[in-house]
Design a binder for this molecule. Structure first.
Ligand code: ATP
Length: 451
């Protein structure tokens, strides 16, 4: 026992049973590609976002934040190339009517329709197994279309953003001017993105609504390679710092065939999911492609005046981009442990304290009012700064187990002795060691531990 690898079925059922992830609109039969975070999942996702923001924005004097709108002028998505090229190739089965990502069925990593159709020639339907039943591959637009205002015509058409980066490029010059930043500098954004994925699946790995954490670093062209290497390492260090084991992480460099035509370099941090090593975090050197495209379509001058050389330049962009849901899954999978304690199985989520949904649980030994009154005072004395849970139901053993299963680093027990000595017992999740701490010192004791 110890570190136990969960299958996908086990992860999905664990996440539901413990209040981390529910299917969206479950009472109506759900909706494919959409999930809700339950009480503990919402905390975990928020803690991931806040860790990212602290490490990427607060830790770097040359990175600032932005919060742009989800719906933008549709010209932005024309300039970014999404209207014309944000497509995935798909095939349909004429027999069972299932729809698939063509590159997944063909088992080749390309969006080239000719190559895909060649590779698809001898494939049967992955769902019903029927031979010669697949249509030719054709492109499918992945952006969700909508209309702004009361008229549903072409002029009012726009899209839910498929990534947060577009809003960053569109505000690049306003941010640069108002913050007086010089190259290199970065703009970070956390927010929802929407993609009408042909085949959402693997739980929250591929969903149609997700949260991205994106950073665009603007740099002088000649320094782009250097900053690409720097941010690659920075991203990996942050992921490891979340407590994800190095053994489950690896780099995947994109070949020229795989990467976008404008990208000078592109690499992924892959995580070993139960269905294999797959992209967790993408890092790319996007050259001057984005700003040049926006200059062309908007007609606005987005040149940067380089005081050292007295010349105008269009900055290059380094983009590390990651989805909260994929990280969430990796964190859950890595945290799950089964141990044997006194002949019994103990399930424990060994979350980094920074990520743990509940930091401290306050547990009166019994429901008797004299104990619960003191325990509620203890709760009040530490609550407010982070998530503290109060629980007085069931036996103390069961309550410890419940907290272990949601990964609470510390349990504080109020017992009858507490009424005499004004002290409580603090139990450590991982070592299960218990320590007696004076109530008056509890707040600073826990703050020290949770740092
Ligand atoms: P994939 O090849 O898996 O479709 P992608 O290369 O299209 O991913 P990017 O456009 O580089 O992904 O998006 C950046 C990050 O956003 C990804 O590394 C991933 O963490 C996350 N992401 C992208 N699409 C989804 C999705 N449908 N569901 C959940 N997260 C996603």
């Amino acid at each position: 026992m110890g570190k136990t690898n969960l299958s996908m079925e086990q992860l999905v059922s664990y996440a539901k049973r413990r209040g981390f992830v529910f299917q969206s609109s479950e009472i109506y039969g759900g909706i494919a590609g959409f999930y809700d975070f339950g009480p503990y999942g919402a905390e975990l996702a928020d803690n991931i976002k806040s860790s990212w923001w602290r490490h990427f924005v607060y830790n770097n004097f040359n990175v600032v934040g932005l919060n742009s709108s989800i719906i933008q002028n549709s010209k932005l998505w024309q300039a970014s190339g999404h209207v014309d090229t944000f497509v995935d190739p798909m095939v349909d089965c004429r027999s069972c009517k299932h729809r698939f990502r063509a590159d997944h069925v063909a088992e080749i990593d390309t969006n080239n329709l000719t190559k895909l159709n060649e590779a698809l020639a001898d494939k049967s339907c992955p769902n019903c197994g029927e031979k010669n039943s697949l249509t030719e591959a054709r492109n499918f637009q992945m952006m969700f279309k909508t209309f702004v205002g009361p008229v549903e015509d072409d002029a009012a058409t726009t899209y839910l953003r498929p990534e947060t980066a577009g809003g960053i490029f569109a505000q690049y010059d306003n941010v640069r001017e108002t913050t007086r930043k010089k190259l290199p500098f970065g703009i970070a954004q956390i927010g929802k993105a929407f993609r009408n994925e042909i085949t959402p699946g693997d739980f929250i790995f591929r969903v149609r609504e997700f949260t991205q954490m994106e950073l665009e670093i603007f740099t002088k062209p000649e320094e782009a390679d250097k900053w690409f290497e720097f941010w690659k390492d920075y991203c990996l260090e942050w992921v490891k710092g979340l407590g994800i084991s190095q053994d489950n992480l690896r780099w995947h460099e994109h070949s020229e065939e795989e990467r976008a035509h404008y990208a000078a370099a592109s690499t992924d941090i892959q995580y070993k999911f139960p269905f294999g090593f797959k992209e967790l975090y993408g890092v790319a050197n996007r050259t001057d492609h984005d700003l040049k495209s926006h200059m062309k379509v908007s007609g606005k001058d987005l040149n940067y005046f380089d005081e050292e050389t007295g010349k105008n330049i269009v900055p290059y962009v380094i983009e590390p981009s990651v989805g909260v849901e994929r990280l969430f899954m990796a964190v859950m999978l890595d945290a799950y442990h089964e141990e044997e304690v006194d002949g019994e199985k103990r399930i424990v989520m060994k979350f980094h304290p920074d990520l743990a949904p509940v930091k401290v649980a306050v547990l009166p030994l019994s429901k008797k009012t004299e104990l619960s009154d003191v325990a509620k005072d203890v709760f009040k004395s530490i609550a407010g700064e982070y998530n503290v849970e109060y629980d007085e139901t069931q036996s103390i053993g069961k309550r410890y187990r419940r907290q272990d299963e949601i990964g609470t680093p510390y349990c504080v027990t109020v017992d009858f002795e507490s009424l005499e000595d004004q002290a409580v017992t603090v139990r450590d999740r991982d070592s299960m060691k218990q320590e007696r701490v004076k109530m008056g010192e509890l707040k600073s004791y826990l703050e020290g531990k949770l740092k």
